[in-house]
Design a protein around this ligand. Structure first.
Ligand SMILES: [Fe+2]
Length: 912
């Protein structure tokens, strides 16, 4: 075994260069640093040490005292990498690259946690070179021996300098030989080659400290590391950098390629929006407001974990779908407007499949999409054959029934939209001069006729029996704009439901509204009811398709409603709202801050998947714009929803339910809430999960803040919360809903909300997308044609009368739209084999603190219990919204899952 020379440097003058401790080595200039064979551990008196005070070669004699030394072995675990996510696509594994690392080293420097009591200055570091000492399939080990004198005290951090020419992914460093047992330093970070990035990297031990409690020897390093992570806001970011900074969404359009591809800036006064990560790319030539687009988008290096994840890692799969599968679909389906001629043609997607032109890198793609791409053994073609969604397997006609339409508002993939009707008559808040009369066409008589004698409308409202999906005021201002686009249309819509004595919802009426048009037509609005007459039933089905398209568009990009209603969606409420929390956490909370350690697993992979979404999903002409009703206005609508409706305090589940009128506070009820709909599967399971998260967060916060006053005096924590409110979500800094951060209870609420959004909320709206959207008649993303009764032409009317089925199929997505969305939904609903589920494994830092480890074990236990509770609920026939003939059980909040499209499993973070 090769052992480096042991070396302890004397204290030197105070360091001025960021992140370098006084050391004998300067910048690597080493006078006497022989690589020698064993004996590894020499108990050498301190007087034997000779070091360098600076990079000049000058021996410094040390005081002649006898000091006891302890032999310490450092074992560094390195994960092999092939050098980046995008370059890895289609390239075989990484271990072949390891040979590059042979003979090269890592320079390690131990940093004392305490200042020198005599001088009051930082102690010198102890340096050593770590050499490769073994490898297996998964990792490479480097080892180094140190002799640590007793005066050195506790090790608080370690510097690493990568002597190789390539970056390395350090998993951890274990220091063995201390009397108290091994000391762990979790790195999980890329260390750049010293030739690319001369600054030494510092890693702190896994122990957490509030800023004021930072050991004296680490205070400077703690602050300087944060300065580095914040950057200076200048220049274009390079892919190896670790800088976290803010910018607006000004990279969605591509104005240089086509004026029509210019998109408004999201973020700012006109379209308020959360901030995204700054990349510093140059502005476009034709629009100084827009940032130019690049194939790969900068995210801080440690947010790109994909090279060490499995090949099926979600981001890679999304990338491959966009770059290989969808183009090949476009080749197979040339006519972009072509709809499905019959319902049976939709079924063929699951049976015969679509012939695709031979795909490049076939093996690679087939490995990525074993569910989708089938090989035909005796032909050269590939077949894209979709898996039959679970909903269809249970009930072939599930999508057709009104009961199922209503049930999915409580147990489907957008359970966040339903709200109680509290005021009557329904009125628009929009300007009547622009949008026409504000009164809804849904009258008391219509509702009472549909309730069929159960009760009066007044009673229904008082008893909280009347519920609504409200996509009226959000969409109406966009109707005329969207109707200018080819192949799509839009209405404002309201859908009312009645809660039956069996706790199921019955759809009563849909109202569709078009505002006055630019060419002088007055406002048009009409109500549709599911009456027993062929014509009205077909109109009802068409109206439902429009509402479902509104719900899909809203669910995916933004959210709706007015008044006390809140914004809800996947992109806005989970992905985009979380990115500023991640940026602020890295900029303001040191890695040794306990709240950084608590939140870190909930932020993994989110910035990378968000960058990918900006690249290919939500960009101009991207997947969302080409397949959803609002077309190029999709993200603009998301910004309108953020502006009007998003509030931090309403992102927590209890407040969300209360704000929608779905719950009231009641200390005698479970979770302190009485639900308006007792069998509301999302709320029932969600509240159990919310409580489990809250208990875990409370245990954690109370452990680190036993004295409540430490919250207000925690400078990092206060800067973090200020930055989130005034910078990351700065467009809403003066809006209501920002809690104070003065007490542990405030912090528990804030952190629980962030954790819930990243875990339970995202899982509830994400992992059922293929199950419910895979058969698109159940959730069309777009309604392409207006209702046949709105200003009808002869041709439209006669087609509707002669072939209403064709009218419905024409309204549904085109073939290319439907298949693109199905492929994307399949990938987005997928758990990778190495998915990290909430509460499954603790962070290394949690394990080293016995009280935190015990709290985590308790959290883990509660989540395991939740699995059983959910199973029991799903098999209880009393709960008709999750149990019954052909009904999908509600499993979206079951914490754990197998890999694949399972419709369950709650990961720690938003990683897809
Ligand atoms: Fe997502």
């Amino acid at each position: 075994m090769l052992t480096p020379q042991l070396h302890q440097s004397p204290p030197a003058s105070p360091a001025l260069v960021p992140l370098s401790k006084p050391s004998s080595q300067g910048n690597g200039g080493i006078a006497t640093f022989p690589v020698q064979s064993t004996p590894a551990l020499q108990k050498s008196p301190r007087s034997a040490g000779v070091g360098l005070a600076s990079s000049t070669i000058e021996a410094v004699a040390r005081p002649s005292t006898i000091e006891r030394f302890t032999s310490i072995k450092a074992v560094v675990t390195v994960k092999p990498s092939t050098g980046g996510f995008f370059s890895e696509l289609g390239i075989s594994g990484g271990l072949d690259k390891i040979t590059d690392l042979m003979g090269k080293t890592l320079l390690l420097e131990l940093v004392s946690a305490e200042l020198d009591p005599k001088t009051g200055q930082e102690k010198g570091t102890i340096q050593g070179y770590a050499y490769k000492n073994g490898q297996n399939e998964e990792e490479v080990k480097y080892e180094c021996q140190f002799e640590v004198g007793e005066e050195f005290g506790e090790v608080g951090a370690i510097f690493v300098e990568n002597e190789h020419h390539k970056e390395m992914y350090l998993k951890d460093i274990i220091l063995e030989g201390f009397a108290g047992g091994p000391l762990s330093i979790s790195c999980n970070s890329w260390v750049q080659s010293k030739y690319d990035s001369p600054q030494k990297r510092v890693f702190f031990t896994n122990k957490c400290y509030l800023p004021a409690e930072t050991p004296s020897g680490l205070r400077r390093l703690r602050e300087e590391e944060l300065v580095i992570l914040r950057g200076n806001g200048q220049g274009e970011r390079k892919s190896h950098e670790r800088i976290y900074d803010y910018d607006v969404y000004n990279d969605l359009g591509n104005p240089d390629s086509d004026a029509d591809k210019k998109r408004p800036v999201l973020g700012g006064k006109e379209f308020p929006y959360p901030r995204r990560c700054r990349t510093g790319r140059p502005r476009t030539k034709t629009d100084p407001e827009s940032e130019s687009r690049t194939v790969t988008i900068y995210v801080p290096r440690d947010e790109q974990f994909s090279t060490i994840k499995e090949l099926t890692f979600s981001a890679k799969t999304v990338y491959s779908v966009v770059h290989a599968l969808l183009p090949s679909l476009e080749t197979a389906i040339v006519d972009t407007n072509l709809g499905f001629p019959f319902f049976t043609a939709i079924d063929e997607l699951f049976n015969e499949g679509i012939n695709l032109p031979p795909l490049q890198k076939q093996g690679f793609l087939k490995d990525l999409f074993p569910r989708l791409i089938k090989t035909v053994t005796d032909a050269t073609k590939d077949i894209l054959r979709f898996e039959t969604p679970d909903t269809m397997n249970r009930d072939r006609f599930f999508w057709f029934s009104d009961e199922e339409f209503a049930r999915q508002t409580l147990a489907g993939i957008n359970p966040y939209a339903i709200e109680a009707v509290t005021e009557w008559p329904l009125m628009s808040e929009l300007d009547p001069k622009v949008y026409g009369p504000p009164e809804s066409a849904i009258t008391t008589e219509i509702v009472e006729r549909e309730i069929k004698g159960f009760m009066t409308l007044d009673e229904a409202i008082k008893q909280k029996k009347l519920f609504m999906l409200d996509y009226h005021d959000l969409f109406l201002p966009y109707v005329n704009k969207v109707r200018q686009l080819q192949g799509t249309t839009l209405y404002g819509s309201r859908t009312l439901f009645f809660l039956t004595p069996e706790e199921t919802l019955k759809p009563l009426v849909i109202e569709l509204t078009r505002p006055p048009t630019d060419d002088g037509k007055p406002q048009w609005k009409q109500v549709f009811t599911p009456t027993c007459h062929a014509t009205s039933m077909w109109l009802w089905r068409l109206a439902k398709a429009h509402v479902l398209a509104h719900d899909s568009g809203y669910h995916t990009t933004s959210s709706s409603a007015t008044g006390n209603k809140i914004s809800r969606s996947i992109m806005l409420r989970t992905h985009c709202a979380t990115e500023p929390y991640i940026i602020a956490t890295n900029r303001q909370l040191s890695e040794m801050h306990p709240i950084h350690k608590l939140l870190h697993p909930h932020f993994r992979y989110t910035m990378e998947i968000n960058a990918l979404a900006r690249g290919y999903l939500i960009n101009g002409d991207g997947i969302i714009e080409t397949t959803f009703s609002p077309g190029k206005y999709s993200m603009e609508l998301s910004a309108v929803a953020y502006d009007k409706l998003w509030q931090f305090d309403l992102q927590g589940l209890p407040n969300d339910l209360i704000s929608r009128g779905l719950a009231v506070k009641d200390q005698t009820a479970p979770h302190g809430l009485k639900l308006a709909i007792e069998d509301y599967p999302f709320a029932n399971d969600g509240l159990l999960l919310w409580d489990a998260i809250k208990e875990w967060v409370a245990n954690y916060v109370n452990h680190y803040y036993p004295d409540p006053s430490r919250i207000a005096s925690d400078k990092e924590l206060q800067s973090w919360w200020t930055e989130i409110r005034t910078v990351g979500h700065g467009d809403k800094k003066d809006s209501p809903g920002w809690p104070d951060l003065k007490t542990p209870s405030d912090l528990i609420h804030i952190v629980t909300t962030m954790v819930w959004v990243a875990s339970g909320h995202h899982a509830a709206v994400n992992f059922g997308q293929y199950t419910y959207g895979g058969y698109f008649p159940n959730r069309p993303t777009i309604a392409r044609t207006k209702m046949p009764v709105e200003d009808p032409t002869e041709e439209e009317l006669s087609m509707f009368w002669d072939k209403p089925e064709v009218a419905l199929l024409t309204c549904f997505p085109s073939q290319i739209q439907a298949t693109k969305v199905m492929a994307i939904l399949d990938v987005l609903s997928n758990h990778s084999p190495d998915e990290e589920y909430l509460g499954q494994d603790p962070e290394p830092a949690w394990k080293v603190e016995p009280a935190i480890n015990a709290a985590f074990e308790s959290f883990h236990g509660r989540l395991k219990e939740l699995e059983g509770v959910i199973d029991a609920r799903n098999s209880d026939q009393r709960f008709k919204n999750r149990s019954g003939a052909g009904v999908m059980p509600y499993e979206l909040l079951k914490p754990f899952s197998e890999p694949g499209v399972t419709g369950k499993g709650v990961p720690y973070s938003i990683s897809i």
